[in-house]
Design a binder for this molecule. Structure first.
Ligand code: URA
Length: 433
């Protein structure tokens, strides 16, 4: 086989065979197929697409490019959840202890934030001492004892994606449904859980800007799961405003703690309960979503979800005293209250712009190697459709660096205040099974 023939075939809009896809992934991981050849093929895929069969074959080839996590020593069905990424998206940190408190086992390999979106691992590392790198034995032991563990992806899980994603990032080839679907699904399938729930975010702060695109991505990923006999479901959820009020690592962990005490924001609590209910049905702990929702609600109310979070923090080396007393989290040196110059209803919060403000305050990274300021971020004072008066504080910015006026202005610009309410604020748009 010859890689030039494979590139030309995709350039000419023909479907690739399983053998050709395996040949590409294998040769690329070994370094025999060069970056410039892989880039050409990736661009041909971006422009000409892939059939469902090609996308399944690509996912499989990537999945088997490295190690597959073996969770068979843990009793019962294991569940996992993945979000395509958003602003203020701390759902995994609420959901994991919530599910574990209802006896579901959740084995989660999470990622870091890049650009305007946050990452679960960075949020966990805001807890002093928390270890996101556990040996396989420690990971399995934590799962057996506590029913939950959240770690970073181990070294040799889907090496094909690591290499391909780095190349896509610098060659304008990220935006492609078959490439995004195979990238996400190969990693989720390699993590070894029995069931997967995908939270596909849609809106200004998400990868997928409109519902049609989000639906296509969700269907593609659910279909990949079906053809590989995995229970995969997807929900399409709103990212037209950040989730909850907090954006930034320590600030979000504090909001998670409030939510686990059943005193959190309504949207974050609701989405966690609804997603959790679907996952409890997937692992057959309950017969239907209503039963799951009620069970999880009782776990928030009686404190067992919070206790599970504490258990995980202790098991993974974190300082539990900051969980018990969040005022102990390190505070930012500078803060700035932003006041509204208009009266009306908060019509929209541009999650993308707000994400950029948080990034510039120090809550995120421009490049992988950049350090994070864990205390940096934003506390929003309002959600969409709240009534705002002139001069009222609409948000507070936090940073270890002096906060420039340009960032205060960008934050102000990201909130649109109008005379009318916003009609479309539904959080869960669709469930795809
Ligand atoms: N997230 C991934 O893991 N891969 C993509 O290609 C896009 C988002």
């Amino acid at each position: 086989m010859n890689i030039v023939d494979v590139i030309e075939k995709k350039r000419d809009k023909q479907a690739l065979t399983k053998e050709e896809i395996n040949y590409f992934i294998d040769g690329f991981v070994k370094g025999e197929i060069k970056d410039y050849q892989a880039s050409a093929l990736l661009m041909a895929i971006v422009l000409n697409g892939m059939s469902n069969q090609e996308t399944v074959d690509l996912t499989n080839a990537m999945l088997y490019s490295g190690d597959i996590s073996d969770l068979s020593s843990i009793p019962g069905l294991k569940c996992d959840k993945h979000s395509t990424g958003g602003v203020g998206d701390k759902v995994s940190l609420v959901l994991a202890p919530l599910l574990a408190s209802a006896n579901a086992t959740i084995a989660k390999m999470s990622g870091r934030g890049l650009g305007h979106t946050g990452g679960t691992l960075d949020k966990l590392e805001a807890i002093p001492g928390f270890r996101i790198e556990l040996s396989t034995e420690e990971f399995l032991e934590t799962l057996k004892k506590h029913h939950l563990s959240i770690i970073g992806q181990s070294g040799n899980i889907v090496p094909a994606d690591k290499k391909l994603y780095a190349l896509r990032d610098v060659t304008g080839t990220v935006q492609s449904i078959p490439l995004i679907a195979s990238s996400i699904m190969s990693k989720k399938l390699a993590s070894g859980s029995d069931t997967i729930l995908l939270d596909v975010k849609v809106g200004k702060g998400a990868f997928m800007k409109d519902e049609a695109q989000a639906r296509e991505l969700a269907h593609t990923m659910v279909d990949i799961g079906k053809s590989l006999n995995k229970d995969v479901k997807a929900v399409i959820t709103d990212m037209n405003q950040p989730l909850g009020y907090a954006i930034g690592n320590s600030l979000e962990v504090i909001e998670v703690i409030d939510t686990l005490h059943n005193k959190g924001p309504q949207d974050l609590t609701e989405i966690s309960l609804k997603l959790g209910a679907i996952m409890l049905v997937q692992v057959k702990i309950v017969a239907n979503e209503e039963e799951g929702y009620n069970l999880l609600k009782s776990k928030l109310e009686d404190g067992s979800a919070f206790n599970k979070f504490r258990e995980m923090v202790i098991a993974q080396g974190g300082d539990v005293s900051v969980i018990d007393d969040p005022s102990k989290f390190v505070k930012a040196k500078y803060s700035s209250d932003i006041k509204s110059s208009k009266a009306g209803y908060l019509h929209e919060i541009d999650a993308l712009k707000v994400g950029h403000v948080a990034l510039e305050l120090g809550a995120g990274r421009h490049k992988k190697e950049d350090a994070i300021d864990y205390a940096a971020g934003i506390i929003l004072k309002h959600k969409v459709n709240d009534k705002i008066e002139v001069g009222e504080v609409i948000g507070t910015l936090y940073s270890d660096k002096e906060i420039p006026e340009s960032l205060e202005d960008l934050f102000k610009e990201s909130l649109s205040i109008t005379d009318t309410k916003n009609e479309d604020t539904s959080l869960i748009k669709e469930i795809i099974t």
